[in-house]
Design a protein around this ligand. Structure first.
Ligand SMILES: Cc1cc2nc3c(=O)[nH]c(=O)nc-3n(C[C@H](O)[C@H](O)[C@H](O)COP(=O)(O)O)c2cc1C
Length: 153
């Protein structure tokens, strides 16, 4: 199964998980970026507000065509019980090209169920597998990652 892992990460927590999964699956990977830093208190508020309101942003051009893949794995931090705005923007743009989807999210400890549900809704399909990793899980993420990978394979 040709697989692409698409992720966004503001402070590299999701990035580290994404890279671990990418290595284990030996799949392609694409980082989504936009030109907002979402730094400082104002940036945090803006990010939370944008995600809660379902706003989109200008994401930078992508290098991999999602329609070339059998499976797209989405990785996102939880922002205000939703996916991060750059990931929402990506899915709104490319959802019709996604054949199968699985996803993971990282968070402090809440909002993950709604986030994973929202990803399914934006994609218009049930997911092959989902996991969430809280700040506690991030200390030792291997077990959850392995469950996720086994479900995908
Ligand atoms: C704007 C914003 C909103 C957030 N909202 C939530 C939330 O609703 N629930 C939660 O548990 N963590 C929340 N967080 C924390 C992040 O989800 C968490 O720190 C995540 O692991 C960061 O991943 P990253 O380093 O890949 O950006 C929020 C962080 C930001 C910046």
């Amino acid at each position: 199964m040709k697989t692409l892992l698409v992720y966004y990460s503001r402070t590299n927590i999701t990035k580290e998980i994404a890279e671990t999964i990418q290595k284990k699956l030996d799949c392609d990977i694409e980082e989504i970026t936009d030109n907002n830093k979402y730094s400082g208190k104002l940036g945090f508020l803006k990010g939370g507000m944008n995600a809660a309101m379902g706003r989109t942003t200008d994401i930078n051009p992508i290098s991999k065509n999602p329609s070339d893949y059998d499976l797209i794995i989405i990785g996102t931090p939880v922002w205000a019980s939703n996916m991060a705005t750059p990931i929402y923007t990506y899915l709104m743009k490319y959802n019709s090209e996604i054949k199968n989807v699985a996803s993971f999210c990282t968070c402090m400890g809440n909002g993950y169920e709604q986030t994973l549900k929202n990803i399914s809704e934006v994609c218009g399909k049930e997911q092959i597998s989902t996991i969430f990793l809280t700040a506690e899980d991030i200390k030792n993420p291997e077990e959850k990652i392995n469950i996720f990978i086994n479900e995908i394979r």
